[in-house]
Design a protein around this ligand. Structure first.
Ligand SMILES: C[S@@+](CC[C@H](N)C(=O)[O-])C[C@H]1O[C@@H](n2cnc3c(N)ncnc32)[C@H](O)[C@@H]1O
Length: 291
């Protein structure tokens, strides 16, 4: 069988496969997205010389290589769409409002930022460039930790290489391109001064224990991934962020993500373009102090 051939994913097979994916990652594939699994995984079945999806699901769930195969599958089925300087207005709120406020409170000059579900690194590297630009010569006075995590190893490998296409740069201001990238013709290479500010690790947002091991963060970015989850998974992830965020920390989510009606302990700040949230208890304590 040719590895390019599309293999039919029947409804019962889709139900089984989407449940396995959901249980492992929280990613919810509605029936309307069946074609994504069919088209992206048919090629994998071809590589494994498998005739149908029943065989693949058994291999995925029962075979000796199941952990490796889950990774392989997530490399193929996740949507890794991202870019540098994605949502400029929101980043402006981060740079000009949230960052100066928290830096003033951090007299120990330590700051920890987590970019959760960072895909190929454009988001945490953008955060690093903003910090580099904001702090300038004061940067060495600070101990700054920026961690980018994602479930897809393939996406993280791009981040490790630090080499980006024109497409990834489509929203990057020219001044930033000139300052932090080397134009290598087809691609742009990110400078070492920014690359070394960020570390990367594979992490599944379902894994609360691993998140706990990373300790407490001052700022968490988790943008454009909650849209792939259903409400119980969103609540679980938001509660995990609540546990891992400092009392006065801030959570940034994607502009199309609505979490208002869910149970998580966060409250949105009244900045329409910010899509940023702080803990309800912290906001209440601030309001109490101001009254
Ligand atoms: C559309 S990208 C968003 C990237 C970046 N945050 C942004 O806004 O530009 C969504 C990312 O979420 C990751 N993802 C999906 N489910 C995940 C999970 N359970 N744990 C960790 N990452 C996940 C995907 O691999 C993908 O790279």
């Amino acid at each position: 069988m040719s590895i390019a051939q599309k293999i039919h994913l029947s409804e019962p097979q889709f139900n089984r496969l989407s449940k396995v994916i959901y249980d492992r990652s929280g990613i919810h594939f509605p029936e309307a997205k069946k074609y994504i699994l069919e088209s992206r995984l048919s090629h994998r079945l071809g590589e494994l010389e498998m005739e149908d999806f029943d065989q693949y699901i058994n291999y995925l769930t029962m075979g000796p290589y199941q952990m490796d195969e889950f990774q392989e599958m997530f490399n193929r089925i996740t949507i890794n769409e991202t870019s540098f300087f994605r949502n400029d207005a929101q980043l402006g709120v981060f740079e000009r409002r949230i960052l100066p406020e928290i830096m003033e409170r951090r007299t120990n000059k330590r700051l920890r930022i987590w970019s959760a579900a960072c895909s190929s690194g454009e988001e945490p590297f953008t955060i690093a460039m903003l910090l580099h630009r904001t702090l300038g010569v004061r940067l060495p006075d600070w101990h700054i930790e920026i961690l980018g995590t994602d479930i897809s190893e393939k996406a993280l490998n791009v981040a490790h290489d630090g080499l980006y296409s024109q497409y990834a740069m489509r929203q990057t201001p020219q001044l930033i391109k000139d300052r932090y990238f080397k134009d290598e013709g087809r691609n742009f290479r990110l400078s070492d001064e920014i690359r070394t500010m960020v570390s990367f690790e594979r992490h599944n947002l379902k894994d609360r224990l691993a998140a706990k091991r990373h300790g407490t963060w001052d700022i968490i970015f988790c943008r454009n991934v909650l849209i792939y989850f259903d409400d119980p998974m969103k609540e679980g992830v938001l509660k995990m962020f609540h546990d891992q965020l400092a009392e006065d920390g801030t959570l940034f989510i994607g502009h199309s993500e609505r979490i208002k009606d869910l149970n998580h302990g966060f409250e949105a700040l009244p900045i329409p373009e910010g899509f940023c949230h702080q803990k309800q208890d912290y906001i209440a304590s601030q309001q109490g102090a101001a009254a």
